[in-house]
Design a protein around this ligand. Structure first.
Ligand SMILES: [Zn+2]
Ligand SMILES: [Zn+2]
Length: 198
């Protein structure tokens, strides 16, 4: 047992512990921001869709699945060339509520920081594989999920399940979140890139 105590007395252990606690506190604060901002983002999207297409902000749809509204294109990271597995069951179609879900899909793309970025593998526009479009109108986290990185977030069904990196990815990848930060997130080096590196 004395060996264990020695480990805990070591300064590097103490520093590691402090860093871990610090990260936990930061993550919890960011989580609150993300939850609030995600809701605000949904309303901003709906406002924009109303302005562009006249679809009322209180009209909702729960019928469309993500493959229904995501065009079958191999550059979206889900679709496979020729026989697409992603679109095997649900084919692309127009949302019965005046194309509402298709419009939300387009707004998600247009707010992604790396929507036009195709050379860096990890950042290529939204991640569609985890989100469920049929819940976009009732659970704004399903929209936020499109801004997670492409791996390891399959079971993150609510904001509370997201780890530190996931939360920072959502904040960084979705340009809507800029308004919550003083730091200019368009700069190559910014608070988010530094945090992700750490
Ligand atoms: Zn496809
Ligand atoms: Zn729909």
């Amino acid at each position: 047992m004395s060996d264990y105590r020695d480990i805990f007395r070591k300064p590097e252990t103490k520093n590691w512990f402090k860093a871990a606690i610090g990260m936990k506190i930061t993550r919890d604060c960011l989580l609150d921001i993300v939850k609030e901002a995600t809701q605000a983002f949904y309303h901003a999207i709906r406002k924009e869709i109303n302005r562009k297409h006249g679809i009322l902000e209180n009209s909702v749809c729960s019928q469309c699945h993500t493959p229904n509204v995501l065009p079958c294109e191999t550059n979206n990271k889900c679709c496979t060339y020729r026989k697409c597995v992603f679109h095997k069951i649900h084919k692309p179609l127009n949302c019965p509520s005046n194309n509402l879900c298709n419009s939300i899909c387009k707004e998600i793309v247009s707010h992604h920081r790396f929507r036009n970025c195709s050379n860096s593998h990890s950042f290529q526009g939204p991640t569609w594989v985890y989100t469920e479009a049929s819940k976009w109108c009732v659970q704004s986290w399903q929209i936020a999920r499109c801004y997670l990185s492409n791996d390891g977030y399959k079971d993150v069904n609510q904001a509370e399940d997201a780890d530190f990196n996931g939360i920072v990815n959502v904040i960084y990848n979705c340009e809507f979140f800029q308004r919550y930060f003083k730091d200019d997130l368009t700069q190559k080096e910014n608070i988010c890139t530094k945090v992700i590196q750490v």
